[in-house]
Design a protein around this ligand. Structure first.
Ligand SMILES: [Zn+2]
Length: 170
């Protein structure tokens, strides 16, 4: 488990001594799960935290299906399920995947004779733009509906803010 993700999951203001594992001083995933269990997260908040910070694929899938249902009214129920799902899938990816997949989050690409800054990210954080987003959705950039995408991202941000708030209060 990545230390920086744990640092995000566990706000610095919280007292770590009470959740420290007995065997050593490092924080284990069990410690994190205990903290999560006390935070009274709702389903989507729990799935969000588990998929973003603990790379849990099955939580990601459950959140995906919930969000498609939740967002249908936002899409005015006019759109095909398939299109709603694609926007939701793309939004979840942007919300959850921070690390650049091209350089593995290092920010540099290694070539035989040189090292170059990775053009796909900013110091390892993947750069999302509308071209990338539209390719995730599976449409041409000109057909990409920014307003719909914004609504998906807003929903995800609300879930993240609420989840981190509750975790911070534990
Ligand atoms: Zn990169």
């Amino acid at each position: 488990m990545k230390a920086e993700l744990l640092a995000k999951l566990l706000p610095s203001s919280c007292d770590m001594s009470s959740i420290r594992s007995k065997s050593n001083d490092s924080i284990t995933s069990e410690d994190v799960l205990i903290k999560i269990s006390y935070a009274r997260l709702n389903n989507n908040e729990l799935y969000y935290v588990l998929s973003k910070f603990l790379d849990d694929e099955s939580s990601r899938g459950k959140m995906y299906y919930n969000l498609i249902e939740d967002l249908k009214p936002v899409f005015n129920n006019q759109e095909s399920n398939e299109l709603v799902s694609k926007y939701v899938q793309a939004g979840i990816t942007e919300s959850i995947i921070i690390k650049c997949p091209f350089c593995n989050g290092t920010g540099v690409l290694l070539f035989k004779t040189s090292v170059e800054n990775c053009p796909h990210c900013k110091q390892g954080d993947f750069i999302y733009n509308n071209l990338i987003r539209s390719s995730f959705v599976g449409v041409k950039e000109k057909d990409f509906d920014k307003e719909k995408y914004r609504k998906v991202m807003e929903k995800l941000q609300d879930i993240e803010i609420s989840a981190l708030d509750k975790l911070g209060d534990v």
